[in-house]
Design a protein around this ligand. Structure first.
Ligand code: 13P
Length: 260
């Protein structure tokens, strides 16, 4: 019902186009023509066009890491959804915590981007997640609920079904500290219940909710086997083809074992 979806967020890596293309080609080769697991890579925007070419005839999707809500105009340094589309993107990451916390992005701004991404025909991957302080203050559900309500404002149910969510606890990103499968499952179940309240059970059951935060080949299966964890948004481990392919392999094994 919800094929597992593994996406690589390369962030501001690697430094050269040659390395980016080599990584994309290794992912392409490792995935082959296998469609059992959805896979996408999200490289830095300057490499997107070249990587779209490298990924020709591959089921591996291509995503941007951010976009601006306006379709064009005087927005120095920004990219529009149409531009991402034009260079071959199928997906776009929105509201990553490194943009929320490092660059001050608000739920309202992310919501504008979300509407613009859908208008541009891109599949948005909307990121949410609490900081360590918020978790320790027992505010995880309140924070996630607020981010969901704000980021998803104004969406119609049929639009929601096409949005991917990524639950990324900020304290687990790049720290080597993964949320335990139970901790992650609890929040994913909470997210799905909130979606059900707002959009109905049938739509909530279709929404893909990825987990992100120190996902590696050796912890992926334990996360992906949980009922409401539908994939992974992978940072560091997506920069090594062998590790990223190892996570995809874990997803394949979980799928073959009967999930999804
Ligand atoms: P790491 O996998 O490096 O913890 O990063 C997760 C992330 O931020 C993906 O968007």
């Amino acid at each position: 019902m919800r094929p597992l979806f593994i996406a690589g967020n390369w962030k501001m890596n690697p430094s050269t186009e040659a390395d980016a293309v080599a990584l994309a080609e290794a992912v392409k080769e490792g995935v082959g023509q296998d469609h059992a697991v959805r896979v996408a890579v999200c490289p830095p925007s300057v490499f997107l066009h070249r990587i779209d070419t490298a990924l020709a005839n591959s089921p591996v999707g291509l995503g941007g890491q951010n976009m601006h809500p306006e379709p064009s105009g005087a927005y120095t340094g920004e990219l529009s959804g149409a531009m991402l589309n034009d260079v071959g993107c199928t997906h776009v990451i929105l509201g990553h915590s490194e943009r929320r916390h490092g660059l001050g992005e608000t739920d309202a701004f992310i919501n504008q981007k979300l509407h613009a991404a859908l208008k541009a025909g891109l599949i948005p991957i909307v990121c949410i997640g609490e900081t360590l302080d918020e978790r320790e203050g027992d505010r995880t559900e309140a924070v996630v609920a607020e981010q969901l309500d704000g980021s998803l404002a104004g969406l119609e149910p049929d639009q929601m079904a096409g949005v991917v969510l990524a639950y990324e606890p900020v304290w687990a990103i790049g720290t080597g500290k993964t949320a335990s499968p139970e901790q992650a499952q609890d929040v994913h179940a909470f997210i799905r219940a909130r979606l059900a309240d707002r959009f109905g059970e049938a739509i909530a059951a279709r929404v893909v909710i990825q987990y992100g935060g120190s996902v590696k080949p050796d912890n992926a299966a334990d996360l992906l086997i949980r009922p409401d964890i539908d994939g992974a948004l992978v940072g560091g481990a997506s920069l090594k083809a062998a590790d990223f392919l190892g996570i995809i392999e874990a997803a394949r094994t979980v799928t073959q074992a009967g999930k999804a």
